[in-house]
Design a protein around this ligand. Structure first.
Ligand code: TMP
Length: 208
């Protein structure tokens, strides 16, 4: 049995993660890989229920710690129900957001101490981490304009103020700088095909 791979996509609002993830799944399947796609918060029945609490309602409905606890509760259920069984079966798992989003949103964005988030990670997830994290990076205004154009109901995070989104971007870049072996920053302020080409290049270089 071939080893599974866990690849996460990260970035601020409107970075194009979901589109790129779908394209990568199609390409990897065409190459004969067994691929599943999933997302956080969510990706299992229990975690999708928790997602409903997180993405709807008032922007200050939860404080940073409550939010982080909900994300890690969802994450643990998602890992146990979906991700770990798939990896054990040798599948490649492509995940739209993972724990770097908690450090970026609740840590850098809402000011929760980073140490607390690392402690929660250790308790809920242990030593497990992604094989590769693609951080799609683009200017805040571009991302928010794209996200606004997309419409939809789940806009609680998009309602947060501009400074919050700048802290997010800075946070993701700091995470990438701290863990360069796991993370690759992909500039996303350009055409979809170009972004995808850059993603494939990273996959071929790091995971083939
Ligand atoms: P999505 O828009 O990529 O579907 O993600 C839903 C929202 O949840 C998004 O605004 C980012 C936020 N989020 C966090 O705040 N912390 C987390 O740990 C995760 C996974 C997502």
């Amino acid at each position: 049995m071939t080893a599974g791979r866990f690849i996460t996509f990260e970035g601020g609002e409107g970075a194009g993660k979901s589109t790129q993830l779908r394209r990568l799944a199609e390409t990897l399947r065409a190459r004969g890989r067994d691929v599943i796609t999933t997302r956080e918060p969510g990706g299992s029945p229990g975690a999708e229920q928790i997602r409903g609490l997180l993405v709807s309602g008032d922007p200050d409905r939860w404080d940073g710690m409550t939010e982080a606890l909900l994300h890690f509760a969802a994450r643990r259920d998602h890992l146990r129900s979906t991700v770990w069984p798939a990896l054990e079966a040798g599948k490649w798992v492509l995940c739209d957001r993972f724990a770097d989003s908690t450090l970026a949103y609740q840590g850098y964005g809402h000011g929760l101490p980073h140490e607390a988030i690392r402690d929660l990670y250790r308790i809920a997830v242990g030593n497990f981490k992604p094989d590769l994290t693609l951080i799609l990076d683009l200017p805040v205004e571009t991302g928010l304009a794209r996200a606004a154009g997309r419409g939809g109901e789940e806009d609680r995070y998009e309602k947060m103020k501009g400074g919050f989104h700048q802290r997010l971007r800075d946070g993701f870049l700091a995470i990438a700088a701290a863990e360069p072996d796991r993370c690759a920053v992909v500039p996303a302020d350009r055409g979809e095909d170009e972004v995808f080409g850059a993603i494939l290049a990273v996959i071929d270089e790091r995971l083939s």
